[in-house]
Design a protein around this ligand. Sequence first.
Ligand SMILES: C[S@@+](CC[C@H](N)C(=O)[O-])C[C@H]1O[C@@H](n2cnc3c(N)ncnc32)[C@H](O)[C@@H]1O
Length: 237
Amino acid sequence: MMANYSKSKKYDKNFVAQNLMGPNVLILLEELLEKVSLKRGMRVLDLGCGCALSSIFLAKEYGVQVFAVDLWIDATDNYKRLQQMAVDDSVIPIHADAHQLPFADEYFDAVISVDAYQYFGYKDDYYDQYLRPILKKDALVAISIPGLKYELHKNVPDEMKPFWPDEALETWHAVNWWKEKFENKLNGLEIKEMTTFDDAWQDWMSTDNPYAVGDRKMMAADQGRYMNLISITGRSI
Ligand SMILES: C[S@@+](CC[C@H](N)C(=O)[O-])C[C@H]1O[C@@H](n2cnc3c(N)ncnc32)[C@H](O)[C@@H]1O
């Protein structure tokens, strides 16, 4: 990808830094959506939207209608951010668990999820039981998740043990692991390592968010050996 980030650099740096919850979601979205044809007016589920930066971006850059769903972040807090960014007409903030999505069957034209799907989507039944039913046939699916360059299973390298509790490796996996998970579930399935890893992580680690400060130490220990970011794209069958 050409690293000029023409869309994400339009956003106020302080606003973005204050609302990041991990590697820069706007940069990741730019790469993720490069080959995804979102069209004005589409109804999009932003699953695990966090502080709704991605929802704001989707509404402003693509003119889509967004349902901004998150579990840890309060819907009222997101509503205030949406008002501040003047997208409260086109983005609906919803506090919900990804296992209890309050939508009609075959409702969405697209689902976008950045740095959230790993928390629930690693389970075998998640896509078929909870997500596929609310997607229209042929809906766009675009997911970005933190992952691993290769499967570590229980063999966590000593230098990473202080940073990775057992649960982390239950949800972080390599490209081939995710390929098996999505096999025969999406048309045009493409799963690959993302190229914006360094830039997206750099933006996060330069914030003063206490989690980012902890992540700086993790990244220093990793030295580019284990962690990556993975994109999953396709169309629902
Ligand atoms: C690391 S944050 C990333 C947030 C945002 N997508 C971003 O990239 O800035 C992970 C998000 O996943 C959401 N999440 C985790 N488990 C969830 C669940 N079961 N249902 C809905 N959201 C969930 C959390 O609420 C959290 O906001």
